[in-house]
Ligand binder design. Structure first.
Ligand code: NAP
Ligand code: ZN
Length: 369
């Protein structure tokens, strides 16, 4: 596979930091496979940690972004280095860093900066920063110009405020997906007070879905998985589901009408949300975390009858991400992962497209060397 050209600071862009070269895997364009690349990282400043990346999870968002599937909402700037489920070892800590020292494990999720002063940031909900938040990849890079580059790389540099402590009991590969799939499912489950005595649906058993099942189970809910893949039934039960419904089975779906306290929809492609809205109780909520690339039709009557709510949610704040990591350590929760060398990333994307993932690909970054 040919190496993409060295990524340099775009001409004319002011930059304040000195730089070093890092190895990465990048998408050169929407229709080209990911390939080896050399990128520039900033030398760590006083508040930064430099992290040697050990593992990086493969989120379906990486695929959406690499292939420019969200072009109307978040157009992709190429080359694009995806990856926002990063676990690594701190190799340098700036002079003002307090949370980490060299040799510590650290995590980086979907954000690397935010304004810090808007109401959302002050409230610890940096994901809703009005500035907006700087995402780990494909966001304007305030230090170097161009866009940020993600975790499909041997090294990353972030402000310590956006780095997470990884509890010792979590193994690094199984913990990496918690940085996106974990917090994206934990945050809405907490927001909508999921707990004991409640019936909770999880739609789609992929990376997010399987974390949603584990977390909802640990919070004490009765968990029902909706899947299009009958072959995942046994796994769903092993992961913590109390019941599994193959969503193509109309009669099985009908049995659950009006019975759910909460439904979490993690599906990555356009699908019929109305089939799930009608399964909610009066005043109950269905939250979409999946991010299909096309609009989906909502039958208003499904919401009117039952005063039901359709909501959305995106990742979670830094403090809540740390809370989720600590919750996972306490409950021995980690992702079920298939560890791959970075050279197999394009094959992993093809398998994600076929819902063939059990249940998160994680890149072993030692393969980058
Ligand atoms: P994933 O591992 O590929 O899982 C998606 C699952 O959805 C599949 O395994 C499949 O489950 C189901 N599915 C796929 N295509 C379907 C279709 N056409 N109809 C019905 N079900 C289908 O993806 P992921 O990494 O969990 O991400 C899921 C979505 O969440 C993506 O769109 C991603 O961009 C988004 N996301 C959002 C946030 C956020 O903050 N809101 C964060 C991360 C990711 P079954 O085989 O069980 O049917
Ligand atoms: Zn993600």
């Amino acid at each position: 596979m040919s190496e993409t050209t060295l990524t340099t600071i775009p001409e004319g862009t002011p930059h304040t930091a000195s730089t070093y070269q890092a190895k990465a895997y990048a998408a050169p364009g929407a229709t080209s496979p990911l390939a080896p690349a050399t990128i520039l990282r900033r030398e760590p400043g006083p508040r930064d940690v430099q992290i040697e990346v050990l593992y990086c999870g493969v989120c379906h968002s990486d695929l959406h972004q690499a292939r420019n599937e969200w072009q109307s909402a978040m157009p992709t700037v190429y080359p694009c280095v995806p990856g926002h489920e990063v676990i690594g070892r701190v190799t340098k800590a700036g002079s003002a860093v307090r949370k980490f020292k060299e040799g510590d494990l650290a995590g980086v999720g979907c954000m690397v900066a935010s304004c810090g002063v808007c109401p959302a940031c002050r409230d610890g909900q940096e994901q809703f920063c009005v500035a907006p938040a700087t995402f780990t990849y494909n966001s304007p890079d305030a230090h170097l110009g161009g866009v940020t580059y993600g975790g499909y790389s041997d090294s990353i540099v972030v402000d310590e405020a956006f780095a997470l402590r990884i509890p010792k009991s979590l193994d690094p590969a199984g913990a990496a997906p918690l940085l996106c799939a974990g917090i994206t499912t934990y945050s809405p489950l907490k927001r909508w007070n999921v707990g004991k005595g409640q019936k909770v649906g999880v739609v789609g058993l992929g990376g997010l879905g399987h974390m949603g099942v584990k977390l909802a189970n640990a919070l004490g809910a009765r968990v029902v998985v909706f899947t299009t893949s009958p072959g995942k039934t046994q796994d769903a039960v092993r992961l913590g589901a109390h019941e599994v419904v193959v969503s193509k089975d109309e009669a099985e779906m009908q049995k659950h009408l009006g019975s759910f306290d909460f439904i979490l929809d993690t599906v990555s492609a356009p699908h019929d949300v109305n089939a799930y809205i009608q399964l909610l109780k009066t005043d109950a909520t269905m939250t979409l975390v999946g991010a299909p690339d096309a609009p989906m039709a909502v039958s208003v009557f499904g919401l009117l009858f039952g005063r039901r709510r359709l909501a959305g949610s995106i990742i979670g704040g830094i403090a809540e991400t740390q809370e989720m990591l600590d919750f996972c350590a306490e409950h021995s929760i980690r992702a079920d992962v298939e560890v791959i060398p970075v050279q197999r990333i394009n094959e992993a994307y093809e398998r994600l497209m076929k819902s063939d993932v059990k249940y998160r690909f994680v890149i072993d970054m030692a393969s980058m060397k």
